[in-house]
Write a protein that binds this ligand. Structure first.
Ligand code: BEZ
Length: 161
């Protein structure tokens, strides 16, 4: 199944690092009663993700929150330790939460997995952004080219709010 506008997200669990170590994040914790912007990247530290996609959401986090967004999260099929290092290197200022979907369970469940064996990344996530209201997808933008940000950037998400 490929997730689409109007669908409810499946239950899932993620991991993230907080001040005291690794934390489990469940989808009800994340989505229940909240408006959440989820964007996903093929990989931490890859050029487009590191230089364009993530910085755009950090830069526009206050604008997103001014339009009613409770949280901005970034999902990647990377292990939690890599995501911690990416966060440490990215001046997040608590604007964006990096969520590890290390086994790709959530990504596969919503049909957003992509085989990036060519550039030696293995199975990862497509690049996309979605607006999620109380666990239901109200907008989703998926990139045809995982190496580019054309429809899934912070400015495009802002225009949909
Ligand atoms: C990137 O620059 O984000 C990227 C590189 C290779 C494959 C997918 C994405």
């Amino acid at each position: 199944m490929t997730i689409a506008k109007g669908d409810k997200l499946p239950d899932a669990s993620f991991k993230r690092f907080g001040a005291d170590g690794m934390i489990d994040v469940s989808s009800p914790d994340l989505f229940a009663g909240r408006k959440v912007v989820v964007f996903a990247v093929p990989g931490a530290f890859t050029p487009t993700c590191h230089e364009q996609h993530l910085p755009g959401f950090v830069q526009h986090a206050a604008d997103l929150k001014a339009k009613g967004v409770d949280a901005v999260v970034c999902v990647a099929v990377n292990d939690p330790f890599v995501l911690k290092a990416w966060g440490d290197a990215s001046n997040l200022n608590d604007a964006v939460t990096l969520l590890s979907d290390g086994n790709g369970t959530f990504t596969k469940a919503i049909g957003m997995d992509i085989d990036l064996a060519g550039p030696f990344l293995g199975v990862r996530s497509k690049r996309y952004a979605m607006i999620v209201d109380d666990g239901v997808v109200s907008e989703i933008m998926v990139e045809d080219n995982p190496g580019a940000v054309a429809s899934s950037g912070a400015e495009q998400v802002l225009a949909k709010l």
